[in-house]
Each structure stands twice: as C-alpha cells, then as structure tokens.
Ligand binder design. Structure first.
Ligand SMILES: C[S@@+](CC[C@H](N)C(=O)[O-])C[C@H]1O[C@@H](n2cnc3c(N)ncnc32)[C@H](O)[C@@H]1O
Length: 203
C-alpha cells in the first residue's frame, strides 16, 4: 500500500513538472526564454530549415523553440498533449498549436518537411509508434527528423534526476538508431551534442 502511494506520488510529480506539465511552476519553466536552449542549435543544424520548410515540433511545451525555429523563415506547427502547454505555446509562439498525442498525430501523410522533438521522447512509453507517426507525416522526398533526448548514463544527474528518472525511457545510441530503422526511417544516426543524444534521420 505504502509503495503504491509512493509510486502514485512519483507519477503525479512527473506529470506536473515534465510529462504533462501543468501549474504555475511548469508555466514558468516552459515559458522561460531559454528553456532547453542548449538543444536548439543541434536540432536546427540537423534539420537545416529554410523558408520552404514546414516544421512540426512534437511535445512543444511552452513553444519557445518554435519561436526560435521561425527565425529560419519556416512555417511551423506545434503539438503537445498538455492543455496548459498548448495555451502557453499559442501565446509564446503565435503559430498553430494542436493538442494531441505523439502516437496519433492529427495531420495528413507528408504534411511536413521536418519534425523535431526536444526532451519529450524520453517520456513516450512506447518508442516505435511515435517514430512511425513522425515518419508518416514527413514528406517522402525531403522529410527529416531530429529527436533530442537523454542518454542512459545521464540517469540520476540533473538532466534526469531521481525519482523522475524512474519514469523515463533511455536507449543506447545503437538502440535509438535501431528504433528509427524499425519505424521505417531510411537513414538514421545518433550524435552526442554536449553529452546529450540527438537522433537525426531521413524519411
Ligand atoms: C520536458 S517537456 C519539454 C517541452 C519542450 N520541448 C521544451 O524543450 O521546452 C516535455 C513535453 O512533451 C509533452 N509530451 C510528453 N509526452 C507526450 C505525448 N505522448 N504526446 C504529446 N506531447 C507529449 C509534455 O506535455 C511536455 O510539454
């Protein structure tokens, strides 16, 4: 019984702070102008966005990365399953933000030329279904993906502190690359910007 209550509390805390952020502290965290800014340049380098790109950011949180991505001239859309993050991202980015699940993207096949996901993949309970969805909504010719996530050795560090880390899903570089291939991506590779993990793939 005590164990069940403890697990429930960890789930509730994980949701509030990161997995489905809500509440004032979460709005402040994900509305901060530099939240997860360490991930932006690696992701933007991998995607090489330009004015003829259509970007989807999955797990967009407060929409701050979208604001940066717009500087490339691209068209952008965000998606998040947290009601509060959707509201915040609409206000912060000024672009279309859709409330939805990474495993069931409410977009047509090939609707985007680029998909990004920053510090969100870690929370996906099952990794291949969202990757298949990312691939489905990507353009056949030009579609590329950048997923910025946390590697296993950062478990228990400030990047993935306990007890939240017990709710995360960590993959080695080769596992991550294998997941992308299993989802159907033709080219996939993992790099380590500043010790984090960046999966870059082409449809
Ligand atoms: C740690 S926050 C990161 C937010 C943002 N990408 C950033 O870098 O500031 C993770 C975000 O992913 C969203 N998220 C987690 N799982 C999701 C899912 N299955 N579908 C859609 N959004 C999800 C959460 O609601 C949250 O806003």
């Amino acid at each position: 019984m005590i164990r069940r209550i403890r697990e429930w509390r960890i789930d509730r805390m994980t949701d509030r702070v990161a997995r489905r952020p809500h509440g004032r502290a979460a709005r402040e965290t994900y509305g901060a102008p530099d939240v997860h800014s360490f991930a932006w340049e690696p992701v933007l380098d991998a995607l090489a966005l330009g004015p003829d790109d259509r970007l989807l950011d999955v797990g967009c949180g407060g929409g701050i990365f979208l604001r940066r991505a717009l500087e490339t001239g691209c068209y952008a859309v965000g998606l998040d399953h947290s009601r509060e993050m959707v509201k915040l991202a609409r206000r912060n980015s000024g672009v279309e933000i859709v409330r939805g699940e990474a495993t069931a993207l409410p977009f047509a096949d090939g609707a985007f030329t680029a998909v990004s996901s920053i510090v969100a993949f870690f929370f996906f309970a099952e990794p291949v279904a969202p990757l298949r969805e990312f691939r489905r909504v990507l353009d056949r010719e030009r579609g590329r993906l950048a997923v910025y996530t946390t590697p296993p050795e950062l478990k228990g560090t400030p990047a993935a502190p306990y007890p939240l880390a017990t709710r995360g899903h960590f993959y080695t570089d080769s596992e991550l690359e294998g997941l992308a291939r299993e989802a159907g991506f033709a080219e996939a590779g993992v790099t380590r910007p500043d010790g984090a993990q960046l999966l870059a793939a082409r449809r």
